[in-house]
Design a protein around this ligand. Structure first.
Ligand SMILES: O=C(O)CCC(=O)C(=O)O
Length: 340
């Protein structure tokens, strides 16, 4: 990715549902300033940074609010060291409510022209700074293969100000029109990396707390490297018209880490709990063919001793329902790690 132009700012269209929908259909994304109240975003950031500090992720002697990373503790999803600190963060009550904020729901209802279903599943991200020996930059991917269902749109929300040097998201505008693209096993999202020329024009920008980026599930996107000293925090949630089908995995918690009862156990209020049940979403089968193809390739690569299979193996161990596959992935991962 060489040239990255600036996002088209669609904030002026905020109250114009058909205008937003038309631009989203054309470009595959919408960059919108100030959708969420800045103070509410920063309050969530503060709560999560307290947990990050308690987990040893922040440099000693620095103010929490600065989010300066302790690079000796740099780690990434789905490594056990990462998940130990991440898991309690994901349950945060105020974080959950941000993605179903009234401004967000009203925005999507204007775009869809009908009731919105916010997927209960979402991803919180804590991206340590990139260094020569550490890199957790999200590689190029499309969401469709990971989310399934009918048509959904992501909303990427920085938890704090995220200028370009702190590694915000970039989208290939127009790439959504090409459908699901070919991939190989790699260090990208879900252990998959897109191959071949990527259609469209890469765009990104300087985000402030409260700004959001919405994009289609076939829009190719990736993060820019985090070249700062700070942990870059964000979440990405998914939205769709409530009349369309959803894959069951999207009704679960992140990586199925918790039951919803466990998530809600520590909350102070019941507001926003189980909100999707009122919408009685239609569950449709998840298209597992992409993951199956990834896993065949990853097992072959790992058997040849190719370390590029590592992230895919970790995903299988963390998430596959097939115990036989998980055991095979564990054996191959242990062999790769011994060889390294
Ligand atoms: O925040 C990131 O680094 C990646 C986000 C992403 O891939 C997504 O929103 O689908």
């Amino acid at each position: 990715m060489t040239e990255i132009a600036s996002f088209t700012d669609s904030t002026a269209l905020l109250d114009d549902g058909p205008g937003l929908a038309a631009r989203l259909a054309e470009d595959g994304y919408l960059f919108l300033r100030g959708v969420l109240p800045r103070d509410e975003v920063l309050a969530v950031r503060e709560r999560l940074l307290a947990l990050a500090a308690a987990g040893g992720w922040l440099a000693e002697g620095t103010p929490h609010a600065a989010a300066i990373a302790e690079m000796g503790r740099a780690c990434k999803d789905p490594e056990p060291d990462y998940l130990r600190v991440y898991a309690p963060m994901w349950k945060d009550e105020a974080l959950h409510r941000l993605r179903i904020h009234e401004n967000v729901l009203a925005l999507f209802e204007r775009i869809f022209g009908e009731t919105v279903l916010t997927h209960p599943m979402f991803v919180l991200r804590n991206i340590f700074p990139r260094r020569d020996d550490f890199d957790f930059t999200t590689g190029m991917h499309q969401d469709k293969v990971h989310i399934g269902g009918a048509t959904n749109h992501a909303m990427w929300v920085p938890l704090g100000d995220v200028p370009r040097e702190k590694g915000p998201l970039a989208v290939a505008a127009g790439s959504h029109k090409a459908g699901v693209l070919d991939f190989e096993v790699g260090a990208g999202a879900g252990g998959m990396a897109l191959v071949g020329p990527i259609p469209g024009t890469w765009v990104s920008g300087d985000f402030q707390a409260g700004d959001v980026l919405i994009f289609a599930d076939t829009a190719v996107h990736q993060a820019l490297p985090n070249r700062s000293d700070e942990i870059r925090m964000s979440f990405d949630a998914r939205y769709q018209p409530a009349s369309q089908g959803i894959a069951e995995r999207e009704l679960k918690t992140y990586a199925d880490m918790y039951s919803w009862e466990e998530v809600y156990a520590g909350w102070e209020s019941t507001e926003g709990q189980y909100y999707w049940r009122d919408l009685s979403p239609e569950i449709i089968p998840f298209d597992n063919s992409y993951y199956e193809r990834r896993d065949v390739m990853a097992f072959e690569m790992a058997a040849r001793g190719d370390p590029a299979a590592r992230d895919a193996l970790l995903r299988i161990i963390q998430r596959d329902v097939d115990a036989g596959k998980r055991a095979r992935a564990e054996t191959l991962l242990a062999r790769l790690d011994t060889a390294a």
